[in-house]
Design a protein around this ligand. Structure first.
Ligand code: PEP
Ligand code: MN
Length: 262
């Protein structure tokens, strides 16, 4: 008999905040499900210029989610954005929790440390850190050390594996290539929860499902997944948004593995 696992951490929602219609539809779906944080990014790093989020104008939608009992999660690129979200959401909805995260492309360690310092100033805030795009175990460990140096406590820090930029063999055409064993080594060395992001690893709906399935063979603590109320209309990462019905299938895959491991 394997050890009994705790419920997986589930972070789900659209890649980016696009409109009030989108967010109200997402809140409705999220309220019918058991998710810990709803993805709803105000700022999006983009490979090429294009829609890169509503920015500060979208803050009212994070407040609406929090008021509806859905804890918001968003990527922040600089500490000022972290502070802006915390100030606005937590003053209006004091019992909310917030998830802020540092994305894969944000590899300036001064910025990483400062975001951590801002997040650490309020215990209602959790910080998630994704791995960097290029493959390096040393660098990944270094990111964790930098954010810990910023003051976030280990019980408010979560790690996330989103694969590494492909360089050569890629039989399934993944957007990024996972290294599950490395993720497990980082989890063990740091003692921190490790989530899988099948969306930015897989890059297409079938591959999101494939990565989720593969990840259940390892000891991930949960999932960060992109879900859109109308996937075909998404303004960012259109090819990898799941519908909420597809999300339900993904959760069944995860929880089946939980049941099997008891
Ligand atoms: C994201 O989570 O929306 C994102 C941009 O992913 P990554 O930082 O993994 O590229
Ligand atoms: Mn995305």
């Amino acid at each position: 008999m394997k050890k009994q696992k705790i419920k997986p951490i589930i972070i789900a929602g659209p890649c980016a905040v696009e409109s009030s219609e989108q967010i109200f539809a997402s809140i409705k779906q999220a309220r019918e499900r058991n998710i810990d944080f709803m993805r709803m990014c105000l700022w999006k790093p983009r490979t090429r210029p294009g829609f890169d989020g509503l920015g500060q104008d979208g803050i009212k939608l994070l407040i609406e989610a929090a008021k509806a009992g859905i804890n918001p999660g968003t990527e922040v690129l600089v500490p000022e954005q972290a502070k802006f979200i915390m100030d606005h959401v937590l003053s209006k909805v004091p019992n909310a929790k917030l998830l802020l995260w540092i994305g894969a492309r944000n590899q300036n360690h001064y910025i990483q440390r400062e975001i951590s310092r801002v997040a650490a100033s309020d215990t209602r805030v959790f910080l998630m850190v994704k791995n960097q795009p290029w493959i390096s175990e040393d660098h990944w460990e270094g990111i964790v050390e930098h954010v810990l140096a910023g003051g976030i406590s280990k019980d408010h820090l979560i790690l996330c594996h989103r694969g590494f930029t492909p360089n050569g063999i890629n039989p399934h055409g993944f957007r990024n290539i996972p290294d599950y064993s490395m993720a497990m080594r980082i989890k063990k060395k740091t003692g921190l929860p490790m989530l899988i992001d099948p969306s930015h690893t897989g890059g297409t709906v079938p591959n999101v499902m494939k990565v989720t399935n593969e990840a259940t063979e390892h000891d991930f603590d949960g999932v960060v997944v992109e879900v859109h109320h109308d996937p075909k209309s998404a303004l960012t990462d259109i090819g990898q948004q799941l519908s909420w019905e597809e999300f339900d299938v993904l959760v069944k895959t995860l929880t089946k593995q939980q049941a099997d491991s008891i």
